[in-house]
Each structure stands twice: as structure tokens, then as C-alpha cells.
Design a protein around this ligand. Structure first.
Ligand code: 7TS
Length: 425
């Protein structure tokens, strides 16, 4: 196995920013309690589910709570002013990070799932009806698939699925057939969290705009791992989660083109999102506040700002190169075993994750053995049940990589998988 270590980024110093990576863990999942230690070094390969948090982000949260914790927008006092400025700055920072025009196009939500529900409810319920289609792909996460299914049921719209071919690529000829004048929305995952496939979203934007429909790109796996430019992509909506990109849990982002967001009704009603209220009626605040009802995710937004600073300091191009190298190395190494099936396209033009199955062994059993080796991966359907049905398996095992992972950790994964193979044979 190769152990050559030339990285596009300084993994050694990055790892020092993540104290959790020094943990030694125990093999006994059933009896694991918080902080329970063992003697096996942690190999954390579950980054597509959630990434670890660097000191700089934790410190930004501590600073907020210790020094300027206050509610935003309403206080005329000093702390509220500081918190408000930091909260608004976080919108600006996110806008800059993804190439949006400004803070009016950046709405903070709880996560990618809520960003999708916001558009599905606020735009979908208002705009969709019988005769309209919503075009998804066969590799959508449930966050998109389930949400659009429900909105379609309520509005009489129809869902259509763009095929994923044998190799794991989106069938763009099929996309061209499906997208027509009835298409009101194309909602696709940017990088599949199961196959690692990268969707050609620019082409889909052209296709759907030619028919006056909209494009929603699920960036949950792309925003953390590669440079994103929503204007170059020409997408109408884009969503992602802070917790998959070194940020805290509890914050997601919805980007929307200002012209579309302006015409949409609010999703949640209450304080903070109104301009004026009488006993008879109410009017709405400007963007993005119209969509941020109630006390917003202040600490989380400050944490996300720090996470973006951290990632951009490393450089998103370097993050992408690192991810692609580790994923293609893992893909090649795992493919060498004749009893292992690896899913999704090979090569480096893919996301930083690899899903696979060991013949005759359930993914959950495999993951239990891997845990004995200290290797943390995800086993299950990864919220892509219909895609697993299509692959003909109930579940898969998935290793996903991030900035602090090394080739040695890929070797540890492959050794552990090999150990499991011997055990089960
Ligand atoms: N879309 C994609 C492509 C995802 O990978 C996920 C989370 C979501 C949407 C939803 O994100 P959330 O932050 O709202 O939960 N994916 C995974 C995963 O693959 N394992 O755990 C969560």
C-alpha cells in the first residue's frame, strides 16, 4: 500500500487545530459513554455526515457568549449592537464565500433540510399546480426527495427523476428529455453523498432556464469541499449546512436570487420578520430578514463566519484537491478486493467520499468491526433509500474525507476492511 504523503495542504498543522482527532477510542460501542477512552487512535472518516470543529470556531463561540451575547436587531444597547453587527457580517461573509450579490440573498436556517423546506413551502405551495413538474435526480438526498414529494402531493404537481447511469453519472440526455415547458423546478444534488458524483449544474441551469423554470442546487456536500460560485453556476437557489464545513450545528444557508426571494411569501411568521403589524394585517421586513422569523441563529452564524475564514485561509482549491486525492486513493485501494463493490464514478472528478459493500456482509456489521479498529464511518442508506434500492442493496458503508485526513488513515481503513474480510470468511 502506498504511503507517499505529499499534500496540497499542511495536514500536520491543520490536525493540531482539531483536539478531537487526538482521541483514543474504545471498541465497545454499546458501552461507550461520552469521553470514554480506549487505546485505539480515532480515524474519523464520517465527514459527509458532520465535520469536526477547529479551535478557531469554538473560540469564536466562546467569545460571543463571554463578551457580547445579546439578541439582535432590537436592542439599542451596546451588546445588542455588537451582536447585530456580527450577525449581519456573517451574512456578508457567506455571500462572499459563494459569490452571491449580497446579504439580501443569504438566509440563515437550521440546516440544508430546512433551506429546502423553505423553498418547497414558500415557493412551491404558491407556484406549483397540476400540469407542473418538479425534476429531481435518482440520487437525491431525502431532504430534497421527501420534501418535493410532499409538496407535489399537496399541489398536484408531478415528480420526475433524471436517471443515474451504471457508472454513477447523471444521464444528461434523459435530463434533456425530461426538462420541458412543464418543468417548474429542477432540484438536484451538487455532489451525491452516496456516489460522490458531481452534477453538471451549469448545464442543468441552461436547460431549465430555456423553459423558464428554476434550479435548486443542494450544496450540502459541495460547499464544504470545493469553491462555489452561485452566479457562475446561474442557480436560482443553493443550500448547505454549517456543520459539514467546520462550523457549528444548528445553522444552514439558503441562497436565492434576490428577484425570486422578493416575490416569495414568508415561510415562518412572527417577530423579527415584520415591518409593521396592526390587528388587521402585517407587512414584511426586507430581505433576508423576511425569512428569518424569531430570534435567529446568532452564535451559529458567528461560528459559521469563523469556519469560512478558517477554510478560506487553507484555500478551497486546495481542499478540493486534497479531497479528490484521498477519495480516489481509497477508491483504488478498496477496488482491489474482488469481494468489495465500490459505488460511483472512479477518478478524481468526484466528491471526497467512497461508499462500498463487502459481499455477503451487512454494512452495519462491517462498521462495527471497523469501529474496533478505531475507524469511524457511516453505514446505512445515507438518506438515499431509493438510490440503494436501485443499486440492489439495503445499505452501504461510506468513508468520507476532510482536510485533516491523511493517506495513512486511508491505509488504516483498508487494513481494517481487510481484517473484517478475513473475520467474515
Ligand atoms: N443533502 C445532502 C446531499 C446531504 O448529504 C445532506 C446530509 C443533506 C442534504 C441534509 O443536510 P442536513 O444538514 O440538513 O442534515 N447528509 C448526511 C449524510 O450523508 N450523512 O449524514 C447526513
Amino acid at each position: 500500500m502506498g504511503t507517499q504523503t505529499s499534500y496540497p495542504l499542511d495536514v500536520g498543522s491543520i490536525r493540531a487545530d482539531f483536539p478531537i482527532l487526538d482521541r483514543q477510542i474504545g471498541g465497545d460501542i454499546e458501552n461507550a459513554g461520552a469521553g470514554s477512552d480506549g487505546d485505539t487512535p480515532l480515524v474519523y472518516l464520517d465527514n459527509a455526515a458532520t465535520s469536526q470543529t477547529p479551535k478557531a470556531v469554538v473560540e469564536s463561540l466562546v467569545e460571543y457568549y463571554y463578551e457580547y451575547n445579546a439578541n439582535v436587531h432590537r436592542g439599542i444597547h451596546h451588546l445588542s449592537q455588537e451582536a447585530s453587527v456580527a450577525y449581519e457580517d456573517a451574512h456578508d461573509r457567506v455571500a462572499e464565500f459563494i459569490g452571491a450579490a449580497g446579504r439580501e440573498e443569504i438566509i440563515f436556517t437550521k440546516n440544508t433540510t430546512e433551506s429546502m423546506n423553505l423553498v418547497a413551502y414558500a415557493w412551491g405551495l404558491q407556484e406549483l399546480g397540476p400540469g407542473d413538474t418538479v425534476v429531481l435526480s435518482e440520487m437525491e438526498h431525502h431532504a430534497s426527495l421527501v420534501t418535493w414529494q410532499q409538496i407535489a402531493k399537496r399541489t398536484g404537481a408531478e415528480i420526475e427523476y433524471i436517471r443515474v447511469d451504471e457508472a454513477g453519472y447523471l444521464d444528461m440526455e434523459h435530463a434533456d428529455e425530461l426538462i420541458d415547458d412543464s418543468t417548474a423546478m429542477v432540484s438536484v444534488v451538487h455532489i451525491s453523498n452516496t456516489l460522490g458524483t458531481v452534477t453538471p449544474v451549469e448545464t442543468l441551469a441552461d436547460m431549465v432556464h430555456a423553459h423558464d423554470g428554476y434550479l435548486f442546487v443542494d450544496g450540502a456536500q459541495s460547499a464544504p469541499t470545493q469553491p462555489v460560485d452561485v452566479e457562475a453556476m446561474d442557480t436560482d437557489f443553493f443550500a448547505f449546512s454549517g456543520h459539514k464545513m467546520c462550523g457549528p450545528t444548528g445553522i444552514g444557508v439558503l441562497y436565492g436570487k434576490e428577484s425570486i426571494l422578493s416575490s416569495m411569501q414568508p415561510y415562518l411568521y412572527g417577530g423579527e420578520m415584520i415591518r409593521s403589524v396592526t390587528y388587521e394585517d402585517s407587512s414584511w421586513e426586507e430581505l433576508p430578514w423576511k425569512f428569518e422569523a424569531g430570534t435567529p441563529v446568532i452564535a451559529q452564524a458567528i461560528g459559521l463566519h469563523a469556519a469560512i475564514d478558517y477554510l478560506e485561509d487553507i484555500g478551497m482549491d486546495a481542499v478540493r484537491t486534497h479531497e479528490a486525492e484521498l477519495a480516489s486513493y481509497a477508491y483504488e485501494e478498496l477496488s482491489q478486493f474482488e469481494d468489495i463493490e465500490v459505488y460511483g464514478p472512479p477518478g478524481t472528478d468526484r466528491g471526497g467520499l467512497v461508499a462500498f459493500n463487502l459481499e455477503g456482509v451487512h454494512a452495519h456489521d462491517l462498521s462495527t468491526i471497523l469501529n474496533d479498529y478505531g475507524v469511524a464511518i457511516r453505514a446505512g442508506d445515507h438518506c438515499t433509500q431509493p438510490l440503494h434500492d436501485k443499486l440492489g442493496v439495503p445499505a452501504s458503508t461510506r468513508a468520507s474525507f476532510y482536510i485533516y485526513n491523511t493517506r495513512e488513515e486511508v491505509d488504516a481503513l483498508v487494513d481494517a476492511v481487510d481484517g473484517a474480510r478475513q473475520l467474515f470468511r
